[in-house]
Every structure is written in structure tokens, then in C-alpha cells.
Design a protein around this ligand. Structure first.
Ligand code: B12
Ligand code: SF4
Ligand code: SF4
Length: 434
């Protein structure tokens, strides 16, 4: 069927499938001049709000398949089982949609207006990563993709499907092939114009357009992102181990987090930007022009003490329309517990020489340890305050998370989550909400 538009999400993370009726295209495909068509698409994509546009063939690249198979074979995907379940479609756009000829790769600049990591110096606040400080980017980018998709169907005799993260598509290698950036040592796509701050989306289309030239790797001898990683998740360049990554552990992983990793989170409660922010190509970056992606005050620097008190209803209300809403109140409270434990000094196994001796060989060999120790000194004043105002923990982790996780059963460290409504009310009184 011609002239059909789909916003598809099959077998990736939960998403929506939606058909939108469109007037069929009027052009004769044989009469299309590919060069002119590409220019027209680029121009309209920019009108839709995209900052970067490129074209790639929808054919699979065997190297991507090898990379993904190796990643899955080593179990790097951890609990993200959907990655393994959808591998065949993920590595090959034409398995996902056999009619696809061309992938139009698109980037939206979400560059922050201020220093992305400044929040790390505010121990009474939770650090939410830049990508989640505004409206959920899936909604924003999807709207832009739909506008472009509708226009394509109206203007050319083609079918389209649009994707942003929720479908099994290897977005970064496609974007690299389409010339909008290269996969850097931190494993994200880096652009010479926007640094590391680009969201990616795609329009798959039946239009047969010549691909752009792929972007070359411009990392050179730089290693800044790997040095900046707090948990050594980038021990090998270009190959992340998500099981050590703060973004995976705080967003995708719902279980108990081993103390030696949790101790490295500092006040991060949702995602992490350290490897992205370290990238020298960010000097060419500029703040996002998309109003909805700009940081909302309450997401740029929320008080940990407030976050600790919110129940599921308040969580849903406060975080509606944001990416954070996707993880649910329980997972956010777990992250807030970790941050409070870190910043209040209750964690005994944080970056002391004694604790470093207990960590696995090679762990923490980068500059970040020095940074963490500096953080620890800066936190002293807050710790004194926190110890004097914080109610004593009512129970240890083996009494709560222990029922679902054997590791937690063994960890008899204090759990900062209060057990009763009365206790929660008393905490509210102690720490007024912003
Ligand atoms: C799973 C996932 C995660 C996982 C795993 C990340 C990962 N790198 O695999 C976790 C939860 C950790 C994560 C974190 C983040 N994510 Co994420 N994530 C994804 C997702 C859904 C799939 C990625 C994937 O397929 N990984 C599997 C690996 C094998 O594929 P790949 O990374 O593309 O692999 C390439 C390279 O690793 C490289 N490679 C692999 N092995 C080797 C070996 C050698 C020698 C070489 C040279 C290269 C090489 O080539 C591979 C392709 O062939 C994508 C959306 C999508 N559908 O693509 C978003 C996506 C990658 N995430 C995104 C973002 C923004 C983030 C965070 C910044 C969020 C945050 N601030 O907390 C962090 C960044 C962490 C980081 N350093 O990567 C953006 C990245 C945008 C960009 N400019 O690249 C994406 C594209 C979503 C989007 N639509 O915008 N994410
Ligand atoms: S997001 Fe943070 S933890 Fe994950 S690889 Fe980057 S710096 Fe490391
Ligand atoms: S920080 Fe350096 S090594 Fe890492 S992605 Fe940027 S340029 Fe490449």
C-alpha cells in the first residue's frame, strides 16, 4: 500500500504503534532527481526542528552485527533482555521492514545552557542527566519525525516509518554511516557541530536515495571520556560495559546495586553525563533551540530531601511528561537512597584508601578517584548538617530489598527509606519541600 505513514515501535522498549492517514504522494518516483529530493528533505527536516540530517542505505552492515553479537555474547546488555530478543531486527533495518530502501537519520541538539556537571557540586541536590531535564525527548522528537514523515508521504510516492529509540534499530552506526557524526570512544555519536549532545531519530522510507558519505572518527589520541567515567564502564575504548554504567544502573536496572558501584554515584540519581561532558568537541556545541528540551527548574536541581519523601502518586504527578516517569517511583527512591547515603557519609565503603584496597584489581585507576576525594572534602559541611537533621534509619537493607535480592540480604547497611506513613510525615516536617 502506498502513501502510508507509521510511527512504529516493535519489540524494542515499550512504545506505541500508530497509523496516520495521509494524502498519497503525487510525484512520479521515476521522475525524482535524487540530489534535488535530498536537498528538499534536508530543508524540510530543518523546518521540523532537526539540527542534523543524513542519508544511509537500509542494508545491514555485517560489522554492526558482529559488534552487537559480541556485546550480547559477553552479557553486556545485563537486564536489557529486549536487546537480545530483538537482535535479528536490530542489526538489519530490512528485517525490521523489508520494504525499507533508505534511512533518513536525524539529530536534535539538546545541548545544555550551563555546565552540565555543576550540579555534582551541590550535595543536597540530586543530579539528573541533561537529557532528562526537560520534556521526554521521545515525545518531542517523535512529533518532529511525524511532521517530516507526513510531508514525505504527501510530497513523494513513498511509505515511511519513524523511530526514536523505542524500536530495535542501531541508531548510532546508522547515523555514522549517514555522515552526521562518528561513534566516539564513549560509544555515543559525536558531531563536529554539536559535540556529544544529539538525540537521534530515523525515518525509514521506500524512497531509493543515494547514501551520504560516512563520517570519519575524529577522536584522535583523546581519552577524556574514558578518564572521566566514575565507574570504569569504558575500560575498553568504543565498548561500554553497561553493567558498570551509572545510566544503566540508575535507569534500566531495577535490582540492588552493589555498594562498590553505588559508592561512585555521588549525588547522581538518574543517568550520567560525565563521559559526554568531558568531550572536547563540545566546545562547538550550543544550547538547544527546542524550548521543551530545556531544563525545567525542578528537574535541574531537585532537593534530595524532597525526592526522598514523595510517594508514587506525587511521583507520577511531578514527573508526568518527563523521561524520569518511565522508571517509576520505586526505582527513583532507590537511587535517591544511594545518593543520600553517599552525600551524608553513611556509606562506610566510599573512596578511602581502605575501600580502594577492597575493590577488584584495576578498578578506579583513572583520574576520577582524585575527583571523588575532592568531592568528599567538599561534602564535609553537608555531612555534618545531614547527620544532625536526618532521622536514624529504621531498618537495614537486608530487611527490605533482601526479600528479592540475595546480594541485598548480605548487605546489612542502613536503608534510608522510612517504613511508615508517620515516619514519612516526620521527615517532611524536617525537610520542607521546595
Ligand atoms: C541500550 C542503550 C543504552 C545502554 C547501553 C549503551 C550502549 N552504548 O550500548 C545504556 C543504558 C548504558 C545507555 C546509556 C546512555 N544512553 Co542510550 N541507548 C541505548 C539504545 C537503546 C541501544 C544502543 C545499542 O544498540 N547498544 C548496543 C551496541 C553494540 O550498539 P552501539 O552502541 O550502537 O555499538 C556501536 C559501538 O559500540 C561500536 N563498537 C562496538 N564494539 C566496537 C569495537 C570496536 C573496536 C570499535 C571501533 C567500535 C565498536 O560500534 C557499534 C556498532 O557497530 C540506543 C537507542 C538505539 N535504539 O540505538 C540509546 C542511545 C544510544 N542512548 C542515548 C543516550 C543519550 C544515552 C545516555 C547519554 C543517557 C544518559 N545521559 O544517561 C547514556 C550514555 C552512556 C554511554 N556512554 O553510552 C542516545 C545517544 C545519542 C548519541 N548522540 O549517540 C541513543 C542513540 C538514544 C537516542 N535515540 O538518542 N544507553
Ligand atoms: S554515562 Fe557515566 S557511567 Fe556511563 S559510561 Fe558515561 S561516564 Fe561512565
Ligand atoms: S572525549 Fe575524546 S575520545 Fe571521547 S568521544 Fe570525545 S573526542 Fe572521542
Amino acid at each position: 500500500m502506498r502513501g502510508q505513514f507509521r510511527d512504529a515501535s516493535w519489540g524494542g522498549r515499550p512504545g506505541s504503534v500508530e497509523d496516520v492517514a495521509c494524502e498519497p504522494g503525487v510525484s512520479d518516483p521515476k521522475a525524482i532527481d535524487p540530489g534535488v529530493t535530498k536537498k528538499a528533505i534536508q530543508a524540510y527536516a530543518r523546518e521540523c526542528g532537526f539540527d542534523a540530517v543524513g542519508f544511509a542505505s537500509a542494508e545491514a552492515d555485517p560489522q554492526d552485527e558482529r559488534n552487537l553479537r559480541q556485546y550480547l555474547g559477553e552479557g553486556r546488555h545485563g537486564e536489557m533482555r529486549w536487546m537480545a530478543e530483538t537482535a535479528a531486527r536490530r542489526v538489519n533495518p530490512q528485517v525490521l521492514w523489508p520494504d525499507a530502501c533508505t534511512v533518513i537519520c536525524l539529530g536534535v541538539n539538546y545541548g545544555p545552557a550551563d555546565d552540565a556537571l555543576a550540579i555534582r557540586d551541590e550535595p543536597d541536590r540530586g543530579a539528573i542527566s541533561v537529557y532528562a531535564r526537560g520534556r521526554d525527548y521521545h515525545d518531542v522528537v517523535k512529533k518532529q519525525l511525524k511532521a517530516l514523515g507526513r510531508w514525505l508521504v504527501r510530497s513523494y510516492d513513498c511509505d515511511v516509518k519513524v523511530f526514536v529509540d523505542t524500536a530495535p534499530v542501531m541508531e548510532k552506526p546508522l547515523a555514522m554511516r549517514a555522515g552526521i557524526g562518528w561513534i566516539g570512544r564513549h560509544t555515543n555519536l559525536v558531531s563536529r557541530r554539536f559535540g556529544s549532545w544529539l538525540f537521534l531519530g530515523e525515518v525509514f522510507t521506500t524512497l531509493d536515495l543515494p547514501p551520504d558519505a560516512p563520517e570519519a572518527d575524529h577522536c584522535g589520541s583523546c581519552d577524556a571520556c574514558r578518564q572521566a567515567c566514575p565507574t570504569d564502564a569504558l575500560a575498553e575504548p568504543y565498548r561500554i560495559d553497561p553493567r558498570r554504567c551509572v545510566a544503566y544502573l540508575t535507569i534500566e536496572y531495577g535490582g540492588y546495586i552493589a555498594p562498590e558501584l553505588a559508592a561512585r554515584f555521588g549525588n547522581r540519581i538518574y543517568g550520567c553525563d560525565d563521559c559526554l561532558a568531558a568531550c572536547p568537541w563540545n566546545k562547538f556545541a550550543s544550547p538547544t533551540l527546542v524550548e521543551q528540551l530545556r531544563a525545567r527548574a525542578e528537574l535541574a536541581a531537585p532537593r534530595l530531601s524532597w525526592l526522598h519523601t514523595i510517594d508514587d502518586d506525587e511521583f507520577r504527578r511531578r514527573f508526568a511528561g518527563t523521561a524520569i516517569r518511565r522508571i517509576g517511583g520505586g526505582r527513583l527512591r532507590r537511587n535517591v537512597d544511594i545518593a543520600l547515603t553517599n552525600v551524608s557519609g553513611l556509606r562506610q565503603d566510599t573512596n578511602t584508601p581502605r575501600a580502594e584496597g577492597l575493590l577488584e584489581p584495576g578498578f578506579g585507576t583513572n583520574r576520577h578517584n582524585a575527583g571523588n576525594r575532592a568531592d568528599t572534602r567538599r561534602l564535609t559541611a553537608f555531612q555534618t548538617h545531614a547527620r544532625s537533621t536526618m532521622p536514624a534509619p529504621t531498618h537495614t537493607h537486608d530487611m527490605c530489598c533482601g526479600s528479592i535480592d540475595p546480594l541485598a540480604r548480605e548487605a546489612k547497611r542502613p536503608c534510608m527509606r522510612l517504613g511508615s506513613a508517620a515516619a514519612s510525615t516526620s521527615r517532611r516536617a524536617l525537610w520542607p519541600v521546595d
